[in-house]
Design a protein around this ligand. Sequence first.
Ligand code: SF4
Length: 205
Amino acid sequence: MLQALTHLVEAPFRVVLMVTLHQENLGEVPKIWRLARDLGLSGIIFERFVPEGRGKDMASAVLRKEEWQRFLEELCALCGFDIAALSLLSYRAFWVEFAEGVSLLGAPCSLGESFCLMPDGTVFPCRRLPIPLGNLLEEDLAVITTHPLLGKLKNRESLRGKCRQCSVAGCLGCRALAYAVLGDPFGEDPHCFLQEARISTTSLS
Ligand code: SF4
């Protein structure tokens, strides 16, 4: 793989490494970072493993809440940003750009704005949320993309647990992770460390 990356950089292409984080590679983040920099890659995208499809067989590798928090802290440190991990809570994935210095782009949830089209025409709300909204071979796209489930998933009143009570603007938790881990797309986001972070901030002050 290293050789292929080197050839691509020399070609020259903009090469971005995409990394899906789970328990077995979480400790490799600094090494992956150094590798990408040393090879002259354009950047790295970090995402979380969501155990869906064949990934269900390794469901135990999904990050724990504390591990996700630790990763966000590490990401801020690697970028050289003096920001709290808490400020990254509402983003589902991150794109680190090495172009001029380091810049960090956070990807918010795009539920209802983008969709996942499967080879048999089935449309899912997200590639990680395999609840069918309809089938493009049988229904109009406009009907599928206005499916009532979408509105419900984006309505805080429909959510459960911490995400229902929460007042963080622009965050409704990851519905795909809730579905994969709890079996409930309306459940609270299993990776949210908001309460813990607030408690530790309060006890420090
Ligand atoms: S409780 Fe849910 S909605 Fe609030 S910040 Fe955490 S993940 Fe987002």
